[in-house]
Ligand binder design. Structure first.
Ligand SMILES: [Zn+2]
Length: 323
């Protein structure tokens, strides 16, 4: 699959090849009307900064033309390279939910919290998180409209995945840059299996189940047609994809209740979630999955983070979620 894809409506999707893995994390460049400049959505981890800057150059975007950078939330796989790339795109206003701002300016707690979740090795693979200058930051609050000439990008607060999460809605393409709020999507597996393949993203410590369901209902009842997933790629029709994730999330929350009192609940629930996802894949028309590299990467994206997801589901149930 190509590393840079030009989508309908003057949007470029860039594969950041997170930690060397193709098809895991995307960033998007939106071209404004006329000469009004560009908006970048998502930056990936610090180790992907070079890929992102190379992609901008090959699309033909000069650094001064990037007027805005929006990140859906501050998790390091979405905003970890912001400190580095904001120095290159030094004209750009940076838009992030206000609850994330202070952690971008002083990332010590973000780094510490990420290390607790991901471990030292993965943090090294993500690269060094550098601070973002406070004066560059703008608060992405519900209803904020970011303008690129006639083109309007709306901010939707979506606190279910994390309280510092917001989505960006492009009115022109009726497309939602969903971050982690609408779950993850596996394009190659979807094609191979002839069915949409998704899963919700529910990691601790900030995941809040009821709020995520509300976020998803809101999206499903809206006029959104396309979803631009960070993990991974553009997909449609939005309503079908959202209904699927609503169903999966409801099942995962019920499973968490079933496992909450068991010993080693996180481990056991993680394994059960993996089985649930795998069973779901084969419940369609497929008898077995013939993996290629791409499908193999997507299986990792679907299954590996489910232990973090199990942790988030159980924390939410105990009311320990910090939302
Ligand atoms: Zn996240």
């Amino acid at each position: 699959m190509d590393r840079i894809i030009k989508l309908n409506g003057d949007i470029w999707q860039v594969d950041l090849e997170e930690r060397g893995i193709p098809g895991w994390t995307a960033a998007y460049f939106i071209k404004g009307e006329g000469n009004s400049g560009w908006m970048l959505i998502e930056t990936g981890p610090a180790s992907s900064a070079k890929k992102l800057l190379e992609a901008a150059a090959s699309i033909g975007i000069s650094p001064g033309e990037v007027k805005y950078i929006g990140v859906t939330h501050i998790h390091v796989d979405h905003a970890g390279s912001l400190g580095v790339i904001s120095r290159y795109f030094n004209n750009a206003e940076i838009w992030v939910h206000p609850r994330g701002e202070k952690h971008l300016v002083d990332p010590a707690r973000l780094i510490e919290g990420s290390r607790a979740v991901y471990g030292e090795r993965k943090m090294q693979e993500y690269g060094e998180v550098l601070p973002v200058p406070a004066e560059r930051l703008h608060s992405a609050r519900e209803g904020t409209i970011i303008r690129l000439g006639e083109r309007s990008i709306e901010v939707w607060e979506t606190p279910g995945h994390a309280r510092h999460h917001a989505c960006f809605y492009d009115r022109k393409t009726r497309g939602l840059f969903s971050g982690d709020a609408a779950g993850v999507y596996a394009p190659r597996l979807s094609k191979l299996l002839n069915q949409a393949v998704t899963r919700p993203a529910t990691p601790g410590p900030d995941f809040h189940g009821e709020l995520m369901l509300q976020d998803l209902y809101r999206m499903a009842c809206s006029e959104v047609r396309n979803i631009y997933y960070t993990h991974f790629g553009a997909a449609a029709p939005a309503q079908l994809l959202l209904e699927l994730v609503i169903g999966q999330l409801s099942v995962h929350m019920r499973m968490a209740r079933d496992y909450a009192d068991k010993e080693d609940a996180v481990q056991k629930l993680g394994l059960a979630l993996q089985e649930e996802i795998k069973t779901g894949l084969l419940n369609g028309t497929a008898q077995e999955i013939i993996y290629d590299d791409r499908a193999g990467n997507e299986m990792r994206l679907l299954l590996e983070p489910l232990f973090d997801s199990a942790d988030g589901l159980l924390l939410d149930l105990k009311g320990k979620s910090s939302v």
